[in-house]
Design a protein around this ligand. Structure first.
Ligand SMILES: *Cc1c(COP(=O)(O)O)cnc(C)c1O
Length: 481
């Protein structure tokens, strides 16, 4: 074990200037714990691959690793990303950016105490679920409302409350899977309800539903096929038909709407996404949808519908595990209050991005292009920069087949495309772009105010960091990954 003898002592690592300086800011025991882990790894490496490395080298290495791990820990991992993808509701990017109204509500309430569960009139204990109920009822036309952690939780709670140990009828064409492992059959199982599939993938008739109803049936369920469409030779049971079958059999109908849009976006060319109000008008008993998809608010699952069912959900023990905190309630209240105003699409970021006109997008794209031309147009790695029409997407499983004509800047490099994209992802703030036709593509639809200046700087910096490696001729060799 000769080669293990040079492993540095803890004291020497802590005294090393790279590490000692940290101790003025960071707790000593944290630094010690990290240094211990670094030493253990060093030991494991030397055991796996025996070699004699000088003591001073190992000490340098241990000190450097300790410092970089502590720096990474204090920096945290959740960070700002500039969304140049043109996908408005990008689940990997945290879905909806919040509106100023939502942020102000959080800002005003989160730092102090609130009446979260206090009835200020009586001085008695109140319910946190009371806060959003009137607002949601007013906006959707429903009798009652309840907000939980996310839409998956909303579906789970609804099924568990109404159909635990009993049967739920669903059309085979609606057994959806949403990204991030939300599958109707799995949620059904987790809720304790028994799934009864009827019809076929492409065709289900009201009679299929009616014939499947038996003494064990508790609920008729409809899921919005938010991330796909079945086209061609198709027949699906409409909400109205489902409600009619349900009424005849004395059974409630639940609709998992997914995205939950409150305003009709068809004037902006976004047709075919049903609104929450339409579901309620059709007579659906329980409607569930997400807070952070087209609604443009925080992550939440919103349940609206008949009071009797919502009251039963409020009494379900499961609710305690799915409940929302004051931050969510504040952000959602701020978001929903905007929907009382005349033009919510002017202040809810998600709606703003979806309703920006082509003229404005093109103008922004031209401006970004000009600024990039001026900053990096002459760089030896840059082949061309152009403003171009492109296709954006709504994302978040809404409008799956809807193309959203957009604009953006296309940059062709002389090689190193993947490397440049990676450097941009790793920069601060991170910049996420698209790669298409061997070019870097930045859509302007999903950019926020101030992003343009940052993008120009980040791409300039990325090219500079590659500058050391630039020769007169850059080989078009295989890209590193
Ligand atoms: C997105 C979606 C869900 C899941 O909602 P989360 O808020 O992500 O939990 C469930 N059902 C449908 C139809 C959806 O589109």
């Amino acid at each position: 074990m000769e080669h293990l003898r040079n492993i540095p002592h803890m004291d020497d690592i802590l005294k090393h200037p790279e590490v000692a300086g940290l101790m003025t800011r960071v707790r000593r025991d944290m630094v010690v714990a990290v240094a211990r882990e670094v030493v253990a790894q060093l030991r494991a490496q030397l055991l796996a691959k025996p070699q004699t490395i000088p003591k001073a080298t190992l000490l340098e290495e241990a000190a450097r690793h300790t410092r970089s791990r502590i720096t990474a820990l204090t920096a945290g991992t959740l960070q700002e990303v500039i969304n140049g993808t043109g996908v408005v509701l990008h689940t990997n990017l945290g879905r909806a950016p919040l509106s100023t109204a939502a942020l102000q509500e959080i800002q005003g309430l989160a730092a102090g105490y609130t009446n979260l569960e206090l009835d200020l009139d009586s001085g008695e204990r109140g319910s946190r679920y009371r806060h959003l109920e009137e607002l949601l009822a007013a906006l959707t036309g429903a009798e009652a409302a309840l907000v939980v952690n996310n839409n998956a939780a909303a579906v789970l709670l609804g099924l568990n409350t109404i159909a635990k140990g009993r049967e739920v009828i669903v059309s085979r064409g609606q057994l959806v899977e949403i990204g991030g492992a939300f599958r109707i059959p799995e949620v059904m199982k987790a809720s304790g309800a028994i799934l009864v599939e009827v019809g076929t993938t492409n065709k289900t008739y009201p009679s299929d539903i009616a014939e499947a109803i038996g003494p064990q049936t508790a609920l008729l369920f409809s899921a919005h096929t938010s991330n796909y469409r079945i086209v061609g030779f198709t027949r699906e049971v409409s909400l109205k038909e489902l409600v009619t079958v349900g009424r005849q059999a004395g059974l409630p109908v639940m609709h998992d709407l997914g995205s939950g849009v409150l305003v009709d976006l068809s004037p902006w060319g976004l047709k075919g996404e049903p609104t929450v109000q339409q579901s309620i008008e059709a007579g659906v008993d329980i409607v569930t949808f997400s807070g952070d998809k087209l609604l443009g608010g925080p992550q939440a699952g919103i349940i609206v519908g008949k009071k009797a069912y919502i009251d039963a959900m409020k009494k379900n023990q499961l609710l305690r595990a799915l409940r929302v905190d004051k931050l969510t309630i504040a952000a959602l209240e701020g978001t929903l209050k905007t929907y009382l105003l005349a033009q919510p699409q002017e202040t809810i970021p998600v709606l703003q991005m979806l309703t920006t006109t082509s003229e404005v997008l093109e103008q922004r794209s031209r401006s970004l292009c000009e600024q990039l031309q001026a900053a990096i147009g002459g760089h030896p790695l840059v082949a061309s920069i152009a403003s171009t029409a492109l296709e954006d997407r709504v994302g978040g499983g809404a409008y799956p087949i809807h193309s959203l004509p957009g604009f953006g800047v296309q940059i062709a490099f002389k090689g190193r495309l993947e490397t440049i994209a990676r450097i941009l992802r790793q920069s601060r703030p991170a910049l996420l772009t698209r790669i298409q036709d061997n070019c870097l593509l930045i859509s302007v639809r999903t950019l926020a105010n101030g992003d343009v200046q940052q993008i120009v700087r980040l791409i300039g910096d990325a090219l500079d960091s590659l500058a050391g490696e630039i020769n007169n001729s850059i080989p078009d060799g295989p890209e590193e990954r």
